[in-house]
Design a protein around this ligand. Sequence first.
Ligand code: DGJ
Length: 729
Amino acid sequence: MIIMGINYNSDKRIFHIQGKDVSYVIKANEYNDLIHLYYGKKIRHINDEAINTTKARTWSVIPTGSKDKYGIDSALLEYPTFGHTDFRNPALHIEQESGSTVVELKYHGYEIFKGKKGLEGLPATYGNEEEAETLEITLRDEVIDIYVVLSYTVLTGTNIITRSSKIINKGKETLKILSAQSCCVDFKESDYEMLQLSGAWARERNMMKRKLVQGVQSIGSVRGTSSHVHNPFLALLSPDSTENQGEVYGFNFVYSGNFIGEVSVCEHNRTRVLMGIHPMNFSWELREQDSFQTPEVVMAYSHEGLNGMSQEYHGVYKENLVRGTWKHKERPILINSWEATYFDFTRESIEGLARKASEAGIELCVLDDGWFGKRNDDKTSLGDWYVNKTKLDGSVETLAKNVEAMDMSFGLWFEPEMISPDSDLYREHSDWCIHVPNRSRIETRNQLVLDFARQEVCDYIIDVVSKVLSSAPISYVKWDMNRYLTDVMSMSLPAHRQMETSHRYCLGLYYVMEELVTRHKDVLFEGCSGGGGRFDPGILYYMPQIWASDDTDAIERLKIQYATSIVYPINTMGSHVSSVPNHIVERSTPLETRGNVAMSGNLGYELDITNYNEEEMNELKEQINFYKANRQLIQFGDFFRINNPFTDNRASWVFVSKDQTEAVLFNIAILGMPNPHDQQMKFVGLNPEFDYEIEGVEGIFGGDELMNLGLTLPVLKDYQSVRYKLRKI
Ligand code: DGJ
């Protein structure tokens, strides 16, 4: 019998959260400390006496009144605070009117219920009474009378547990939160590797691993966005883990602003994982009766390696994070004007591009940057969201209708969070940007960031963007964001609350996004931030897909897409074929390989195809037809990584239909090899009992044969690729 859900043993005061194959166990002990007992492969029950982490060591500071050398300085704790015998970094740090930051949280009570509550103003996974069960544990500091509600939700049929915390001030003091992490998980041992997805613009989310050592290892962002540099994700991997085996614990922050993911190992080899809003330049005033809700962390457990963890994230993000009309709908194949024309276009040239795209079977034409205000380069007009009628020789409506007449839909680019100093909006409201009044404004890329911590700024943007969307048949929006936040200060806040600005900016951003996606519910929104600078689950709650990177080179994309898939489903990744030599790395790759890589995501094209000859057009049509025939499988099937381009001289992955009757495998060579060895492809995710035929290959193959013996691949030269379509016979 599979037992799932949340169970409370009132004799031992033990909470046992059980997912499909996972257990998470917490205890309120005799000192009313909330102790963590276990997180790992599912167990039926726990003998808490056996897991004793609360033994004081030599030089431990022992709390007054404790018996039998009870101490918490190396105990596993659920929500530690600072200053009261635990010297590790805390989950909560609060300054009180006296100046003290000592807080002592004690167990106060609990509630277990079916379903999952939303987090006000914040993105989060969701689940109804059949899909989720929630445990809320309340802790209390009796001196200042604050309550902390820790939420744990297990999503039915998964190994996902979500976490968040809420701090409620029921006392008389005005408090200042200096840090409120969304989750803390203490592990008994430290024999793990930490995996992070880090990089920079145009090489976002590279896989990086390091062995844990005593001290703190962390990732984070103080750039105002989750950023290109570190994705808000980390995982702990057992030393034997691979793509398909070993224990993996993933932590992913559902937030788009400053964050920290921190793993520390203490002197007694305990490992602490903290994840939440970055405490740097953060504080939050909490008056009497105020509460503060932290964003959510999604924790995924797998004992089947990284592929197992990815299955967990993919499933839950597709079903319990992404919302709206496009949640289960196939995403259109698009052509985007950016790398085709940059700012240099006319209505005629866009219509020419659309005509050729329509001939190839492309379904959506997206007009990128440059259609509004006086914008012919990146120096002006952000904020002036009205069409440049001279450049477009008429309205957006005319263009959109002309595109529709070609049997395609039409989409438009916006950068709603920005303002150009050279814009009508700035001339009217020069104080609407984030800035420090007595300092010069940093105009990187000739733009400043609008102060979304201010209600009137948010409302203005909702209004102007909404007007454009209602003015024409616009079925897609690319929402860009092209700079980090500096000089962070909001004119709407008093001096002592300025460190709330970055979080308030995020709350404002979510408010604007919620409003726009609700008003324009059939529009497909795609997030973007100079490529993949804000590829996080916070954005995915509002926008079902995100432009993965400005780097469209097929070989660079192998790493970006491979590593992005560690957490994020394939149908959240915008992925385009562009021209060669590639505009960023100047590499030339075959059109076939560019197609194979781009169709391993939400396929699009971003190049000038107006001069494509018949042969090239035929190749394009072949790619598009193949993608259309297999789109359901690619966008909504299961995805398994096979060969890792960070370590191998190739990348390969396979999409398998839910019923395992169909699969598509892609194998892309990085460099060719002289006098090459045979390359064997061992499939993953097939049904061992099924027999399959493979298009273009003689014979019938057992699923077990393909997964164990494998398929012999042809020899590939530099950047060549092959794709196989399998069908159960
Ligand atoms: C950055 C985006 O990532 C690009 O795709 C493009 O939209 C430009 N901005 C336009 O300015």
